[in-house]
Design a protein around this ligand. Sequence first.
Ligand code: ZN
Length: 205
Amino acid sequence: MTERGLLSVVLAVVASAMLAAGCVPQDHGWTSLYKPAQERKIRVTMPRNAPSISQQFLFTTHDAKHIGIDVIGKVGTPVIAVADGWVRDSYFEPAYGNRIEIDHGSDVRGRRTVTVYKHLKDRLVSDGAWVARGQQIASLGTTGMLGGGIPHLHFELYRQQGSQGETPTDPHLFWADGVGRVTCFDALATYPSGDFRMTYPVPCR
Ligand SMILES: [Zn+2]
């Protein structure tokens, strides 16, 4: 094997070891694949300036679950509200650490949406507070039991589904720019009201 051939093999091994360990090759503009078991996979487009997604939504009747997305970032990165709403819960518990839940109310179809932010370093809002889209509510952290030990925001979305109540739902369905089109928060933009539409839970650079 040539020296160059050996080098590319070594690099490939290092890259796959990083992925196995939960590391991602880029800290911005990258998004991981869905696990094969996920039935409804969405084609995800990441803006180049958006912090990367290291794990996708996985929710099936018979498989391991990851009912949200993981966004990686440095400890202390601002965590921002994805849409206007009321803080329904803000507390610490051992498994997921500091967590905040925001109730975004019902959309024009009468369906309620709730978003949840976990592993937070701190919590800057308390129960009952009104928050605006893009407002900092916390900082990205490592509290609770962190899979892989890599600092990340674990972000969940629950959607009212008739008599089933609030059901974990793939967040990629609700971006302001459309299904699968991760949308950075822009303070100068105007966002449509009516159907629930959200922006990224951390600022893009
Ligand atoms: Zn997670």
